[in-house]
Design a protein around this ligand. Structure first.
Ligand SMILES: Cc1cc2nc3c(=O)[nH]c(=O)nc-3n(C[C@H](O)[C@H](O)[C@H](O)COP(=O)(O)O)c2cc1C
Length: 167
């Protein structure tokens, strides 16, 4: 996961974040912004007005999915997501480059029906900036070998001791 933060070309840079929405499961691609091994967390930035925020307020348990083609590894993370915004995100907001800040100030809000794609204005708006801190509860990996597939599970509850699973 650390590689995903540092290397824009790493597969783990762009995991799919799946949440439980009012109408069922919802998955979308996000960018991994930080990973902290000792806290077992990964961080995502988003717009506070986006649909995933409502999903996560209703159900903070979510899933992150990565397919590492190079290593033939599927990585599934079960996470518990904490949403932070306002003054508490002043520090990460400072680190967002000026040009990228506009992404968090689109008008109208994400998901609103618009007449044309051009009918959108963007102005940096810290009030719309949210940090999703995803605490990892469980990691499941699946390696598709030529002769043998290997599936393993690692849980925070067992101090990250791994168990093999039938693939
Ligand atoms: C390559 C790529 C990276 C993306 N990164 C993010 C991101 O870091 N944060 C985010 O909120 N949306 C990101 N998106 C957009 C989401 O996939 C999604 O369309 C948007 O957040 C709205 O999702 P929602 O309506 O389910 O909340 C990215 C999309 C792509 C294609």
């Amino acid at each position: 996961m650390g590689r995903g933060v540092a290397d824009r070309r790493a597969a783990s840079r762009h995991p799919a974040l799946a949440t439980t929405g009012a109408s069922g499961p919802e998955a979308r691609v996000v960018v991994l912004r930080a990973a902290n091994r000792s806290l077992s967390t990964v961080t995502i930035y988003t717009d506070l007005r986006s649909a995933k925020i409502n999903d996560l307020k209703m159900e903070p348990c979510a899933s992150l999915l990565i397919w590492e083609q190079k290593t033939k590894l599927q990585i599934r993370l079960r996470v518990h997501v904490e949403i932070t915004s306002g003054n508490a995100v002043a520090e990460p907001w400072r680190r967002v480059p000026n040009a990228a800040r506009k992404v968090y100030g689109n008008h109208p809000a994400p998901g609103t029906i618009i007449d044309q794609p051009e009918h959108l204005t963007s102005e940096a708006n810290r009030e719309a900036f949210a940090v999703l801190t995803c605490r990892i509860i469980e990691i499941e990996t699946l390696y598709l070998g030529q002769n043998l597939h290997r599936r393993a599970k690692f849980c925070v509850d067992s101090n990250w001791m791994g168990s093999w699973l039938a693939p």
